[in-house]
Design a protein around this ligand. Sequence first.
Ligand code: DAH
Length: 336
Amino acid sequence: MIDPDHLRKEIHEKASSISTLEELFQLKSAVLGRKGKLTHYLRSLGQLPIEDRKRLGSQLNALKEELESLFIQKERELEEKKIKESLTKERVDVTLPGIKFHFGGRHPLIQVWEEIEDAFLSLGFDIYESPEVEWERYNFGALNIPPDHPARDMWDTFYITEKMLLRTHTSPGQIRCMEEQKPPIKAIMPGLCYRHEAVDATHMDVFLQIEGLVVDRDISFADLKGTLELFVSLIFGPDRKTMFVPSYFPFTEPSAELLIFWEGSKGNSSHGGEWLEVLGCGQVHPQVLRNVGIDPRVYSGFAFGLGVERITMLKYNIPEIRLFMENDLRFLEQFK
Ligand code: DAH
C-alpha cells in the first residue's frame, strides 16, 4: 500500500534524530537510492490503475523534491556542527611554551670554500672537478714527478694498488682538465686530498685544497701575481700585505709561495706579526704542457694550490686544525 503521507512522517522523524553525516547518507540511500523506499514506490506506480497512478505520481514526485531539499538542508547543518566541534577540540593554547627547533649551520670550511669559489668565479674562472681516487700517473708522473723523485716522499699517500692512490693534492686536476679541454683554460679545481702524514696542530691526513690553472697565449708571472693579489684582497680585505718568495715544485718553473702578513699573530708578537704561507704557485712547467700535448712554444700558463683549512685558520684566527674535524658544537656554533 503506497502512503506518501506516512512515508513523509517517517522520514522527517528519522531525519530529526540523526546526528552524523554517515547516518544521513544511510537514510538518504534507504529512501532515494536505487533500492530505496521512495524509488521502489515510484517504480511500482506502473502497475496501478490510471487514476491512482496520476494522483500518487504527483504526490510522490512532490515528496521526492521535498525530501531532497530536506537532506541537503540536514547535510549543511551536520557539516557546520562537525566544523564547530573540531574547532573547539583543536583550540590552540597560546600560553603553552613553543617547540624549539635546533637549526644546524654550515661548517666553517664549507663556508670559506664557497667564499673562495665565489671570489674566483667573479674573476672569470670555471669550476672543474676531478676524482679523489687517482692514478699514480696523474698524481705524480704527468706532473713531472718521476717514480724515483724525492718529492714523492714529501707527498706520500695511501695506495689502493701500486698504480692507484688517494690523491695528495688537487694538481692532478690540472692534467685532467688540460687533457679534456684546449686553451684558453681558466679553472679552479676544489676537493679533498689525503696524505700519509703525522697529524698535529697544523697538519691533517685529509684536507681541502683548491687548485687553479690558467693556460693561454702570453700568460706571464705578472698575471699570476695580479690574480692572486686580487684574490687575497677579496678574501681578507684590501689592506693585507702579501709577498711572493721563491720555492720549488716539480710541475712549475719558476715556483713561488704566497705569504701574507698576519698582524699581531701570536707567533712573533715582538715584531707585531709574522708572514704566513697560504699557497704554492708558479708558471706551468713546459714539460707538463708537453705531457698533455700542449705546445709550450705557443702557450704558457700559471697554476696555484691553496689549502682551505689554512685560509680559514688565518681568516678566523683558529690555532688548531683538528678543531675542524672534532665536530664540537662549541666550536662549530661560532660560525652560524
Ligand atoms: N700541489 C701543491 C701541494 O699540494 C701545491 C701547488 C703548488 C699547486 C704549486 C700548484 C702549484 O698548482 O703551481 O703542495
